[in-house]
Design a protein around this ligand. Structure first.
Ligand code: NI
Length: 157
């Protein structure tokens, strides 16, 4: 495992549409392990493959610090409600902003063994799912911010 370099706002790779993963390979496995390690090292709650420069539809999410989800080729199939709150991104260090997201989402994805599963989340998990899936289509939260980006001194994600 290795910590990978996190690409930052302004890097073109963050604006690209990612490609579906067709099969699990040793390379993809290593990428997922590295993404988890990189996310934890940076104290993030989620990380998408383009953030480490790889244009594949893979995200990792862990909003509790002990229960990581790996989502390969994820899609949101249901969403409802609304939440407005602070959001940040490892690719936009030192900033946060207010974003409105659904309060509930259901996603379908493949796990690290390429087995389909459903992931339902509310509140922070729903927000993380929406934020990370946006990365796979080249979208960053900064384009959805209501008002100005804030400067933060603590490292919140
Ligand atoms: Ni992000």
């Amino acid at each position: 495992m290795a910590i990978r370099n996190i690409r930052e706002y302004g890097d073109e790779v963050l604006t690209k549409t990612c490609k579906e993963v067709k099969e699990m390979t040793p390379r993809v496995k290593e990428l997922i392990e590295d993404m988890l390690e990189t996310m934890y090292e940076a104290n993030g709650v989620g990380l998408a493959a383009p953030q480490v420069g790889i244009l594949k539809r893979i995200v990792v999410i862990d909003v509790t610090g002990e229960d990581p989800y790996v989502l390969i080729n994820p899609r949101i199939v249901e969403s409802s409600g609304e939440q407005t709150g602070s959001e940040a991104c490892l690719s936009v260090p030192g900033k946060s902003g207010t974003v409105t997201r659904p309060n509930y989402v259901k996603a379908v994805a493949l796990d690290a063994n390429m087995k389909p599963y459903e992931l339902e989340g509310t509140e922070l998990l729903a927000r993380a799912i929406c934020h990370e899936l946006d990365h796979l289509d080249g979208r960053l939260y900064v384009d959805k911010v209501e008002g100005e980006l804030q400067i933060v001194t603590d490292n919140e994600a």
